[in-house]
Ligand binder design. Structure first.
Ligand SMILES: NC(=O)c1ccc[n+]([C@@H]2O[C@H](COP(=O)([O-])OP(=O)(O)OC[C@H]3O[C@@H](n4cnc5c(N)ncnc54)[C@H](OP(=O)(O)O)[C@@H]3O)[C@@H](O)[C@H]2O)c1
Length: 335
C-alpha cells in the first residue's frame, strides 16, 4: 500500500506534520533525526507491557490501563501483590527478555528509571545504566516486537533558566538525572520510530511506599511542624491519575514525537505547599518560604521547570486540569 502524502496541520502555535501510512514499524537508526516533531500513524493496541509497574507512576498507569487492556507489568524488588494485573520480575539491565518477547506487546510504556535526583548525581554510572542502558534494551524490544513505545521523561531535561518550556525548546539539563533521561529520550527515538516521549512532573499517593512530595507536605503539616517550601522553584505538576489518563490517550492516538504533560498553571513549590495545606484542610501558615540555596542538595536544580502544555491540549483535544483540581482529585482518592 502506498503511504499517503504527509498532511500538514497548521495551528496558531506550531505546525504538526501528520502521516497516515500502514508501513511496518521497523527500527531505523537515524542519527540526528528530529524526534521532536509530531507525526502520526495508526496504532492498534490490545496488549500493553508496562515497565516499572511497581513504582509511583507505574501503579497509577497499570491500574488505569488494566481497566481496558491486557497489561503485563515488570518490577524488580517491590511487593506487587496488591496490583490487579499480571506482573513479572525482570531486571531490565539483563537482556534478553524471553517472557517479554513472548508476550509480544502492541505497546510498551517505559516507567522504570532511577528517579532519585541526588542518587543520580552521587552515582552517575548507576543512572546511566538505568536511564539509558535499560531504555536501550526496552526500545530494542519495542522495535523487535513492532510495539509503540511511550517513554516517560521529565521536566528536568531543561535548565530552568526561564520556564513555560515548549517541545520546540532545546533541552539543557543541569544534573545527571536530567542528562541521563534526555539520553534515554534520544535512545528510545533512535531505536524505535514509533516512539512518543512524554515529559512531565506529577504528584499523588506513592503506592510504592516511598512517600511523594505532596505526601511529605501533608505529613509535615499534619504533625504541626514548619514546612519549608521553595519560593524560587517553579513547576507545573499534574495529578498522577490525570497523567495516567493522558498517557493512555497518547498510546491509542496516532502521534509520535515529544509531548509535555503538566497542569495548565504554574506554581512555586512554596505556593504548591500552601495549596496542599488548603485542600487537605491543614494550617497553611506553617508553610515557610525558603530559597533552594538554603538547602544542601547533591544535585543542582533548575529554578523554573514549568512546561508549556499547548501541544498536549491540541493532541489530546482537551484542556489540561489546573493544580488545585488535581489536588482535590488526589484528596478524593483517599476519602
Ligand atoms: N517521580 C517524579 O516526580 C517524576 C517526575 C518527572 C518524571 N518522572 C519520570 O516518571 C517515570 C516514573 O517515575 P516514578 O517516580 O514512578 O519511579 P519510581 O517510583 O522511582 O519507580 C521506579 C521503577 O523502576 C523499577 N526499576 C528500577 N530498576 C530496575 C531494573 N534494573 N529493572 C527493572 N525495573 C527497575 C522499579 O522497580 P522496583 O521498585 O520493583 O525495584 C520501579 O518500578 C520515570 O521515568 C521518571 O523519570 C518522575
Amino acid at each position: 500500500m502506498v503511504p499517503r502524502e504527509p498532511r500538514v496541520v497548521r495551528t496558531a502555535r506550531e505546525t504538526l506534520v501528520t502521516t497516515r501510512d500502514s508501513s511496518p514499524r521497523v527500527a531505523r537508526d537515524v542519527p540526528g533525526k528530529d524526534y521532536n516533531a509530531l507525526r502520526t500513524h495508526t496504532p492498534l493496541v490490545n496488549r500493553i507491557l508496562l515497565t516499572g509497574c511497581s513504582g509511583f507512576l507505574g501503579r497509577y498507569v497499570g491500574t488505569r490501563l488494566a481497566d481496558t487492556y491486557d497489561v503485563l507489568g515488570t518490577y524488580l524488588t517491590a511487593d506487587v501483590s496488591s496490583l490487579d494485573f499480571e506482573t513479572v520480575k525482570v531486571d531490565l539491565l539483563n537482556p534478553p527478555f524471553p517472557r517479554l518477547l513472548e508476550y509480544d506487546p502492541d505497546a510498551l510504556v517505559h516507567c522504570a528509571a532511577l528517579t532519585d535526583v541526588d542518587e543520580c548525581e552521587r552515582n552517575p554510572g548507576r543512572a546511566v545504566r538505568l536511564n539509558v542502558d535499560a531504555t536501550e534494551h526496552v526500545a530494542s524490544l519495542a522495535a523487535e516486537t513492532g510495539a509503540r513505545l511511550l517513554y516517560v521523561s521529565t521536566d528536568s531535561v531543561f535548565d530552568g533558566s526561564r520556564g513555560w518550556w515548549a517541545e520546540t525548546d532545546s533541552p539543557d539539563p543541569v544534573n545527571v538525572y536530567g542528562e541521563t533521561k534526555l539520553d534515554g529520550e534520544r535512545t528510545a527515538a533512535r531505536l524505535n520510530d514509533d516512539t512518543v516521549v512524554a515529559r512531565t512532573n506529577f504528584f499523588g499517593w506513592n503506592g510504592a511506599g516511598r512517600g511523594s512530595l505532596a505526601e511529605w507536605m501533608i505529613e509535615t503539616l499534619a504533625s504541626g511542624d514548619r514546612l519549608p517550601g521553595f519560593e524560587d522553584a517553579f513547576f507545573t505538576p499534574l495529578f498522577a491519575g490525570d497523567l495516567a489518563t493522558s498517557l493512555e490517550a497518547l498510546l491509542v492516538r496516532d502521534d509520535t514525537g515529544v509531548v509535555h504533560l503538566g497542569s495548565r498553571d504554574r506554581m512555586s513549590k512554596y505556593e504548591f505547599a500552601r495549596e496542599v495545606a488548603e485542600v487537605f484542610e491543614l494550617d497553611s501558615s506553617s508553610v515557610a518560604p525558603v530559597e533552594m540555596s538554603s538547602v544542601d542538595l547533591d544535585a543542582p536544580r533548575g529554578n523554573d521547570l514549568s512546561l508549556d502544555t499547548a501541544r498536549a491540549e491540541t493532541v489530546l483535544g482537551r484542556r489540561m486540569p489546573d493544580i488545585r483540581t488535581g489536588l482535590e482529585r488526589m484528596r478524593r482518592e483517599r476519602q
